[in-house]
Design a protein around this ligand. Sequence first.
Ligand SMILES: Nc1nc2c(c(=O)[nH]1)N[C@H]1C(S)=C(S)[C@@H](COP(=O)(O)O)O[C@H]1N2
Ligand SMILES: [Mo]
Length: 329
Amino acid sequence: MYVIRRRGWELPERDATPEQIFLDRRAFLAATSAVAATGAAALTLSPELALAQRIADLPDPTKHLYPVKRNEKFVLDRPITDETLNTTYNNFYEFGSSKTIAKAAQALRLRPWTVTIEGMVEKPQEIGLDDLIRQMPLEERLYRHRCVEAWSMAVPWSGFPLAKLVELAKPLSSAKYLRMETFLDSSVASGQRQTWYPWPYVEGLTMPEATNELAFLVTGAYGKPVAKSMGAPLRLAVPWKYGFKSIKSIRRFIFTDQRPKSFWEELQASEYGFWANVNPEVPHPRWSQASEELIGRGGERRPTLLFNGYGDYVAHLYKNLEQTERLWA
Ligand SMILES: Nc1nc2c(c(=O)[nH]1)N[C@H]1C(S)=C(S)[C@@H](COP(=O)(O)O)O[C@H]1N2
Ligand SMILES: [Mo]
């Protein structure tokens, strides 16, 4: 007998009615094969199919690890953003270009999930996500998040330092960048059928950025596994950079000597550069970056801080860059 728990946090509050749904094996199999049989057609999601897809989620074997211990070093200057708001106001173009993708993102299957470590490393590897999570030192960090669109949130992330994954990967000294890629599966991600976008979503960091103390791989938020809409089951948080650098639902880590061209840089290089360090003095070509709106705070605005307030950790990384380099988005 399969016992499937439908987690309230995976859904907008208004849809989270039954706490648990119990199904017998036949119903479970019927639900799964209905999804398989319809294939791409499932994307136009009838309510029944949408439900079937949620029900077909496999159990999360590392769910019991949360909540994890908070690292008190990272403190906020503003309240944590309301969880419901944070899980329903998202940029996740794989599921659509509006902010209301939470429902569509429920089609994402989080298990099985493997990540690959490739490129300029001692030995390429493929690791099951839960095997990776079990090897990593999980902690909670409160970080500010500043979207290039001039809004911000404050998030209690759970996860582990990206530096620990780099350690596991054993990159060669010739590796200068870490390129990351999101999953590619247009049968679950309706946005990926919009072929004018350069899928998969790509982001990249220099090696000193990737091993900086602040760079954090997120597996959870709000004391539980991270919500699908926020980039489950594995996303990045680089809080001194604009939000688009924090790639969601990562499948591939590729060590390389070629500077990665990101999804947004590919689309519009004049607006979204490689560095994307938060800087109130450099406006986006179409709007000012001097201040930001704190989402969920009744329209409250605050002056934006250089490096989003994280200069003590990262300013040194950019001291020796040539004048010609574009430091900012
Ligand atoms: N794969 C992927 N990652 C992504 C995006 C995306 O569209 N696809 N959007 C980025 C942008 S612009 C922001 S602001 C953050 C949003 O994260 P949140 O939904 O947790 O607030 O995710 C970033 N990571
Ligand atoms: Mo963003």
